[in-house]
Design a protein around this ligand. Structure first.
Ligand SMILES: [Zn+2]
Ligand SMILES: [Zn+2]
Length: 347
């Protein structure tokens, strides 16, 4: 692979770690028709190796986390602090007629989510990076770039969970565990974790679950209604199936909200009755994208909470693997593994 020199606002990063996220599978399987070839991987952290002529916020040696939520910084949404809703999502890409950042024998090579973390180096726009405290290990920091902010942010930002609220979370992978942790940080009182694997439910308790429900033991909706009279205030679907999406809506009580986080197949259609489900029961359904996170401010805060011993990232790392293991671990993720996160590390 050939990597171009950094453009004026670009940063070359020596990748130190990149989590293998479940959504990498949808890229590899090309479910959404991404243009190929491309370098996959979008949950990466590393050390700045070089900066472009106009870069002021980063310097060689900085420890950085990459995030796919590139922003322009000048549109109305960015200016009021909603950078995750930036109106110019392609802002951090090079112009179509510019030379490509990456190429292989003269053929341009894309970067998954504008990042491309399964590689020893990443060439990125500075608006896809944030600096973190040098003390946080980069294999833990990398997870902050996608799964952790998606889950924790779903509870803290999207749902605005408040002290005393009741929460149910379906699916205890990296994202679901982070929802639990976000809800606990926000002060939720009852936090119910739902999964089908006993090991994941055990892990859920380490991330703040006050109760666990094994969905193979019967109807999880009834189980949650037994635990939380009247249903939960918030239910989060962190698995990506239609069945559990519908369950999320049924888990919440009147006035509650079901949050859809999991990636679904492109032709999935959720059935709901607008009057019975929404009007009469005053329920809402919301989609969660990257936990409504302002990554530039929130990722460094999570890193600092980790360093203060108040935010669990260690238990998310199941195994550190090499770049050569990526295909095998993606295959395992596709088959459904007990692993939470495989993290590619670079010497
Ligand atoms: Zn991801
Ligand atoms: Zn913007």
């Amino acid at each position: 692979m050939t990597i171009d020199k950094p453009g004026p606002r670009e940063v070359l990063v020596d990748t130190k770690a990149c989590g293998i996220c479940h959504s990498d599978l949808t890229v590899v399987n090309n479910d959404y028709g991404h243009p190929l070839p491309m370098v996959v991987g979008h949950e990466a952290a590393g050390v700045v190796a070089a900066v472009g002529s106009e870069v002021r916020e980063f310097a060689v040696g900085d420890h950085v986390v990459a995030c796919l939520m590139g922003f322009c910084g000048t549109c109305d949404r960015c200016l009021v602090g909603n950078r995750f809703l930036c109106r110019n999502p392609g802002f951090t890409q090079r112009a179509a007629d510019a030379s490509p950042r990456l190429s292989f024998e003269g053929t341009p090579v894309g970067q998954s989510a504008d990042l491309g973390g399964f590689a020893e180096q990443m060439l990125l726009h500075e608006h896809n990076l944030v600096k973190v405290n040098v003390d946080i290990p980069l294999d833990r920091a990398a997870l902050l770039g996608c799964g952790v902010i998606t889950g924790a942010g779903a509870a803290i930002n999207t749902a605005s969970v408040r002290v005393g609220d009741t929460v149910a979370v379906i699916g205890c992978g990296g994202v679901g565990l982070s929802v639990l942790q976000g809800a606990a940080l926000a002060g939720a009182q009852t936090i119910v974790a739902i999964d089908i694997k006993p090991e994941k439910l055990e892990m859920a308790k380490r991330f703040g679950a006050t109760h666990v429900v094994n969905a193979t033991d019967g109807d999880p909706v009834a189980a949650v209604h037994d635990l939380i009279g009247g249903g939960a205030d918030h239910a989060f679907e962190a698995l990506g199936t239609l069945k559990t999406s519908r369950q999320a809506l049924d888990l919440v009580g009147p006035g509650g909200t079901a949050y859809m986080i999991g990636m679904q197949s492109p032709d999935a259609t959720l059935e709901l009755n607008p009057f019975l489900d929404l009007v009469l029961q005053k329920k809402s359904v919301r989609g969660v994208y990257m936990g409504s996170t302002d990554f530039r401010t929130e990722i460094p805060r999570y890193a600092d909470l980790y360093l203060a011993g108040r935010f669990n990232l260690d238990d998310l790392v199941t195994e550190r693997v090499s770049l050569w293991d990526v295909s095998d671990r993606l295959e395992r993720l596709g088959k459904g593994t007990d692993a939470i996160r495989y993290v590619v590390t670079f010497p």
